[in-house]
Design a protein around this ligand. Structure first.
Ligand code: NAD
Ligand code: TYD
Length: 349
């Protein structure tokens, strides 16, 4: 892992991942390709923008000519694909772009990487790749569908996505699998539960609720608020991805989760307490169509086989997260004053 192509690195997890790597590895070159959609924010990376180990390129992962040019110029040995349309609610109103970016964009990256990494790219029967190359697809637990009151997703749980977002991520996972099966491409897939932490766009539950508390705005809880997610602090996710890059067995899928199942309403109340507000702000709004009731990850494989474990408890992670948003009000204000506000008005009118 020396020359890394990080896609979608101006988003929430991708930018945390770039900070994570630059803090820990000296001998590394990172190229971040990001289209800077509404979710991409270069403010997330100002501290590293002059770092010699880091280069930003604005562009689309579905732009084959650009991806090809970058592979030629930088000779990547590693690709970590974060780039995606990532918000379930947006996928319900506008699914097309989810399939274009999440499925076709993934296939473009795989195809260009295959061409550069295969020892004999012209021999369709050859399955030999250069030493030490790897493509890692950052996927989600949402590809498994929803759980009832009990049970956990393992890597063997059949994929049963319910939203256009999760269907696009599941489709991308199948394309990644097909490249491994058909061409012998060296890949891993990680399927992570809900992340939280610094730099998360305020359309997602936790930053949205923190922002609304600070602005004394209503807190829109979908339905009864008893839907359950398994929360993971973003730095723990970055550590898991790094572990899979270094130690993951080629072709394998690894679930990543923090063993932190929480109902949405619990989280909203915790944020209210930590920001000194009252529960009067809570408003139960109409539920999301097809809303998955519960996600929960069995992380036995990555913990026992690769030795990764989350370092943060939900309490320590949430305390650090709320503190970060309180001390980065300018970061939030800049987003809220932009395109996001018109989306918000439309979404919650
Ligand atoms: P995000 O929406 O914050 O960031 C996505 C980034 O991708 C943005 O910077 C955006 O500009 C960029 N992008 C979008 N389309 C692009 C394109 N065509 N070409 C290049 N860049 C493009 O998302 P996130 O929360 O950081 O999620 C990152 C990845 O992790 C996604 O693949 C998501 O499915 C997955 N994931 C997220 C979570 C979570 O809780 N946030 C959990 C599990 C998995
Ligand atoms: P979200 O952060 O959008 O992540 P995902 O849908 O990928 O799990 O939502 C997390 C949970 O919070 C989900 O059950 C939907 C719920 N939710 C609300 O109740 N109100 C909101 O305003 C948002 C954005 C989410």
């Amino acid at each position: 892992m020396k020359n890394i192509l990080v896609t979608g690195g101006a988003g929430f997890i991708g930018s945390n991942f770039i900070h994570y790597l630059l803090k820990r590895y000296d001998d590394i070159n990172i190229v971040n390709i990001d289209l800077l959609t509404y979710a991409g924010n270069l403010d997330n990376l100002v501290e590293v923008s002059d770092d010699k180990r880091y280069t930003f390129v604005r562009g689309d992962i579905h732009d084959r000519a650009l991806v090809e040019e970058l592979f030629q110029k930088y000779e990547f040995d590693t690709v970590v694909n974060f780039a995606a349309e990532s918000h379930v609610d947006r996928s319900i109103t506008d699914p097309d772009i989810f399939l274009i970016t999440n499925v076709l964009g993934t296939q473009t990256l795989l195809d260009v990487a295959k061409k550069h990494w295969k020892l004999d790219p012209d021999d369709k029967y050859s399955r030999e790749f250069k030493e030490g190359v790897k493509y890692l697809q950052v996927s989600t637990d949402e590809v498994y569908g929803a759980l009832g009151a009990t049970g956990l997703f393992t890597e063997k749980t059949p994929l049963a996505p319910n939203s256009p977002y999760s269907a696009s991520k599941a489709s991308a996972d199948f394309v990644v699998r097909a490249y491994a099966q058909t061409y012998g491409m060296p890949v891993n897939i990680t399927r992570c539960s809900n992340n939280y932490g610094p730099y998360q766009f305020p359309e997602k539950l936790i930053p949205l609720m923190i922002n609304n508390c600070l602005a004394e705005k209503n807190l829109p809880v979908y339905g009864d608020g008893m839907q359950i997610r398994d929360w993971l602090y973003v730095e723990d996710h970055c550590a898991a991805i790094t572990t899979v890059l270094e130690k993951g067995v080629l072709g394998e899928v690894y679930n990543v989760g923090g063993n932190n199942e929480k109902a949405n309403i619990e989280i909203v109340k915790l944020i209210i307490d930590n920001t000194g507000k009252t529960e009067d702000l809570i408003v139960h709004v109409k539920d999301r169509p097809g809303h998955d009731r519960r996600y929960a990850i069995d992380n036995t494989k990555i913990t026992t086989e690769l030795g990764w474990a989350p370092a943060y408890t939900f309490e320590t992670g949430m305390a650090q997260t709320i503190e970060w948003y309180l001390s980065h009000k300018e970061w939030m204000d800049k987003i809220v004053s932009g395109e996001y506000m018109s989306y918000y008005e439309k979404m919650y009118k």
